[in-house]
Design a binder for this molecule. Structure first.
Ligand code: GDP
Ligand code: MG
Length: 163
């Protein structure tokens, strides 16, 4: 069976936009099962003749920072348990926030291969100054615009390098 790549990250960083960009139209299953699997979406991604199953783990609308953090932990654990590689998505507009740091360290401790996507780097050329905050984490940040598609090739190169 295909290797599994899970997308995790805070609400509104652009997980579903990235998922749709990487999968194109070929979304295979939408899982409406209540509980932790709610809103998980599966799709095929192909890159240079190789294939993987992509999972968008985004969940329920959060109401508070506490809820976001507990959901993020749950989402990250799900990804650790099921994925071969994890893409952690962050938002360059907010820069590196405490929740990102906590979840990144949880993922790093799990020893799962991890790729760091700094999304919403929309302009061509140098990324915005906030991009460089992500170098504080011990994994290399990749500048991506899920809306425009910039950087998605570098991101997929990094993902498939880990598979
Ligand atoms: P999710 O909650 O992490 O799944 O985030 P969504 O994919 O629903 O995106 C949240 C918002 O960010 C939406 O308004 C998207 O259009 C926007 N967004 C996502 N990716 C980008 C991007 O690369 N650039 C910009 N400018 N906006 C983006
Ligand atoms: Mg989403």
């Amino acid at each position: 069976s295909k290797p599994v790549v899970a997308i995790v990250g805070r609400p509104n960083v652009g997980k579903s936009t990235l998922f749709n960009k990487l999968v194109g139209e070929r979304i295979s299953i939408v899982d409406d099962t209540p509980g932790v699997t709610r809103d998980r979406i599966y799709g095929d991604v192909d890159w240079n003749g190789r294939a993987a199953l992509l999972i968008d783990t985004g969940g329920i609308e959060p109401f508070s920072d506490d809820v976001i953090l507990s959901q993020m932990r749950e989402q990250a654990q799900l990804a650790i348990d099921t994925a071969d590689v994890i893409i952690m998505v962050t938002d360059v507009r907010s820069g590196l926030v405490a929740t990102d740091e906590e979840v990144a360290h949880m993922l790093i401790r799990s020893n799962k291969p991890l790729v760091l996507c700094v999304n919403k780097c929309d302009s061509i050329g140098d990324p915005p100054p906030e991009f460089y905050e992500f170098y504080k984490l011990p994994i290399e940040p990749i500048a991506v615009s899920s809306v425009h598609g910039h950087g998605t090739g570098d991101l997929l190169d990094a993902v498939f390098r880990e598979l």
